[in-house]
Write a protein that binds this ligand. Sequence first.
Ligand code: SF4
Ligand code: SF4
Ligand code: FES
Length: 219
Amino acid sequence: MSEEITGPALRITIEGKSFETSASVTILQAYSLAGEPLLKNVGCMGQGVCGSCRCMVRRAGSREVTTELACETLVQEGMQVSFVDYFTPRRPHVYQIEDVRDSWRLDEQLNELFPEAKHCRHCSGCDRACPKDIQVQRGVNLAVAGDIRGASDVFETCVMCNLCTLACPEYIRPNHVGMFTRRAVSALGLRPNDLIARLRQIESGELGIDIEAVEEPSA
Ligand code: SF4
Ligand code: SF4
Ligand code: FES
């Protein structure tokens, strides 16, 4: 994450605190540069792949609240931001990917694991919530219809931020439906190219993890 502040100064509110920052930084950078400890709501340190920095954003002059990733959203004058914590669902969907062996039965398996998915009411709440512009509703509906590969493709860029699950009135957990389809396709065939590329980056040292950037919680 860049530590440089350039550009015109502006004022934003994050988690109820007002900060002066610069127009050239993201919400997450502004929070960090203000000296706030990044003890939660951050995972990949600004690479846009972990979904941990999910937040609600209200822009000056607008009544609309949008859901975005703090590490991918540039600050704007008067912006108000609240991070959205992770939550543990009442009914987790539990399965072993080793049990996903029969491609002829994948649609049945998916509907057994995610019986809520067929109750999608097409409200598009998940689509509006998604900071990655994924056609979440379409992905869920493809999965229910048995197009597991098609659904897997739809969810290819999902970062598991959980915002679609929070938005769903039918408790469908769309991102976990998508994760099941991606895992199933990988377990039964070729691995996703973005996964291969990222693992190679980690192995070669091109993608490093800055341990120093994570502060220890105070006792
Ligand atoms: S599909 Fe859901 S979990 Fe995945 S990026 Fe979009 S909102 Fe986040
Ligand atoms: S939020 Fe839930 S019910 Fe609404 S379209 Fe998305 S998956 Fe369907
Ligand atoms: S910190 Fe990982 S997506 Fe923003």
